[in-house]
Ligand binder design. Structure first.
Ligand code: DAT
Ligand code: MG
Length: 142
């Protein structure tokens, strides 16, 4: 199935100058970049993005981290894009990530793990509409 998913190069990835390498990893995996922007989100937006984790002990740390400096958000499309992005990203904890994955290469820790990928087609739809409301606007060619 051709799917769309949302990926983020989180603040640590931008601060570490890894944006180009990460985009290359996604393209080399056969994914097409449909939309791309740099954005510095505020805490309210960060809380909404991670709302499913609101009861976790690390929620506040996660919100502070993702809103601390600009990040790069993108919509990626391809066969099984949701799973493909998560495979290329690697395990949530970089110390458990498979060699060659983005989190293996650049991840610092459980919080600053460099990238985000939607975990299902349903969540991808929600995240795309949050991060790229303009992508759905009717004045755009698609
Ligand atoms: P993923 O980003 O792999 O989908 P997730 O959705 O479970 O992982 O969690 C979202 C983010 O929250 C994750 O990228 C980093 C942070 N996180 C997850 N587990 C954590 C933990 N035990 N301690 C600190 N941060 C954590
Ligand atoms: Mg997740």
């Amino acid at each position: 199935m051709v799917e769309k998913t949302l990926a983020l190069v989180k603040p640590d990835g931008v601060e570490g100058n890894h944006v180009g390498e990460i985009l290359n990893d996604y393209e080399q995996a056969g994914l097409k970049i449909l939309a791309l922007k740099m954005i510095h989100v505020n805490k309210e937006f960060a809380r909404q993005h991670y709302i499913d984790l609101k009861d976790k002990p690390f929620y506040q740390e996660l919100v502070d981290f993702i809103s601390r400096s600009p990040l790069v958000a993108m919509i990626l499309e391809g066969e099984n894009a949701v799973d493909t992005v998560r495979r290329v990203n690697g395990a949530t904890d970089p110390s458990e990530a498979v060699e060659g994955t983005i989190r293996f290469k650049y991840g610092g820790g459980k919080t600053d793990n460099t990238v985000h990928g939607s975990d299902s087609v349903e969540h991808a739809k929600r995240e795309i509409s949050m991060w790229f409301p303009e992508f759905l606007d009717s004045y755009l060619n698609d």
